[in-house]
Design a protein around this ligand. Structure first.
Ligand code: SR1
Ligand code: MG
Length: 396
């Protein structure tokens, strides 16, 4: 196979992925390798290569030069593969236990070769099946706090922070977010996708100037607040989990942005999952939502106390001001995620998978109403309990 020598991009197949693995010497000589393409995301190929002799596996993720979800008419930079590799490595410096290990990467082939996580399940899939992940919110709260605090101006020398901000400049992927999360769902745009039964609610959003004004402010914050190296797409499909373990994958949208964006996306996806459940089975998800913020707040505060780089971290009231800004951003970004996953491009299985049409529409209406409330009240609400109460009682 010539792929490695030529270093010329071409999409891998199951055969060339195995050949590449052999060239890279990633398995012992006596290995018998097999390979499956298992990518079910919107953008990339994911090859799972296993060795039946030594019972080991690896993952090769390859970026395609277009968005798989739409097709070749939507070209997309291959540089996102390098961003993903480097973000996994950078975040791995702070939370090695919560991200996959990277074994190899190749910028020309747009591949990242990493740890096999097939003993875990994608959190979204597991939650839909009713699986409980007792550690999920504690792990994600810790992941967010450690990766974001440690890459912020509170922890880094300003030269290093700005060097990283340049390294992780990710305009094309950010543009997807700017369009699909912050713009298109709030206007009558061709990318939107919703059932006719939701048209009245959707048109009310398009006509709601107060809501659109807040969405505009959130979009501006996403574009301009270079606070920390975000994951950038932290939904429950970007997380592998078991009862005891959590691994965050897929940081191809990583860039320097507002800290509340990662928390908001995660919490927003938990809300999307909560509304897909019967009320009686929501309590465990509500606990995860509140616990995410509690753990984030506690670990971030602990790191803040230890920080000695930014002199203002010692000034009374500054930490509270920063955490209040992050909380308000979190609510707003969660609200945008609820709306875009319901009526924009790229839905979530939690809602689209509800077979009963009336129940599906009811859940989607609840997601839209909650999304609006989160955006509009983000500067008034000082806890997540108010948002949770909007969805009903906290029953078991
Ligand atoms: C065209 S990409 C659509 C969505 O998939 C990714 O996971 C991001 O969430 C993006 O917005
Ligand atoms: Mg992804």
């Amino acid at each position: 196979m010539t792929i490695l020598q030529k270093k010329q991009y071409e999409p891998l197949t199951v055969e060339t992925a195995v050949n590449l693995t052999k060239e890279l010497d990633l398995f012992p000589e006596n290995s018998i390798l097999s390979c499956r393409e298992i990518g079910d995301g919107n953008l990339n190929y994911v090859f799972h290569i296993t060795d039946s002799i030594n019972e080991k596996g690896i993952i090769i993720k390859q970026a395609l030069p277009y968005a798989k979800v739409v097709g070749e008419s939507w070209p997309l930079t291959l540089k996102r593969s390098t961003i993903e590799t480097n973000a996994l490595k950078k975040h791995g410096e702070f939370v090695p236990q919560l991200v996959p290990e990277v074994y190899h990467s190749d910028e020309d082939l747009a591949i990242t070769v990493m740890e096999d996580l097939s003993h875990l399940t994608i959190a979204r899939e597991g939650l839909i099946k009713g699986q409980s992940y007792p550690k999920l919110s504690s792990h994600i709260g810790e992941y967010i706090a450690r990766t974001l605090f440690s890459t912020s101006d509170f922890a880094l020398h300003p030269f290093e922070k700005k060097r990283l901000a340049v390294e992780f400049s990710n305009p094309e992927l950010c543009k997807i977010t700017e369009d699909l999360i912050f713009t298109d769902p709030f206007f009558d745009h061709e990318t939107n996708d919703f059932e006719p039964e939701l048209r009245e609610d959707v048109e009310a959003i398009w006509k709601n100037n107060a809501l659109k004004l807040e969405a505009a402010k959130l979009k501006l914050s996403f574009i301009t607040d270079a606070e920390a190296l975000l994951h950038g797409d932290l939904h429950t499909g970007s997380i592998f989990a078991s009862e005891t373990e959590t691994k965050v994958i897929d940081p191809e949208f990583a860039f320097y942005g507002p800290i509340g964006f990662d928390i908001g996306l995660f919490i927003g996806n938990l809300f999307l999952h909560a509304v897909s459940r019967e009320e009686a089975h929501r309590a465990v998800i509500f606990e995860h939502i509140e616990n995410t913020w509690t753990v984030f707040h506690s670990v971030f505060s602990e790191l803040w106390e230890q920080s000695n780089l930014e002199v203002y971290t010692k000034v009374e009231g500054y930490k509270e001001y920063i955490l209040q800004k992050i909380f308000s951003d979190t609510l707003g970004f969660a609200g945008c995620e609820l709306i875009r996953r319901t009526i924009g491009l790229s839905h979530v299985k939690d809602l689209d998978g509800i077979a009963d049409k009336d129940k599906r529409i009811a859940a989607k209406k609840q997601a839209l109403a909650l999304g609006e409330a989160l955006i509009l009240n983000r500067n008034k609400w000082n806890s997540l309990t108010v948002a949770i109460t909007l969805l009903g009682e906290k029953t078991a």
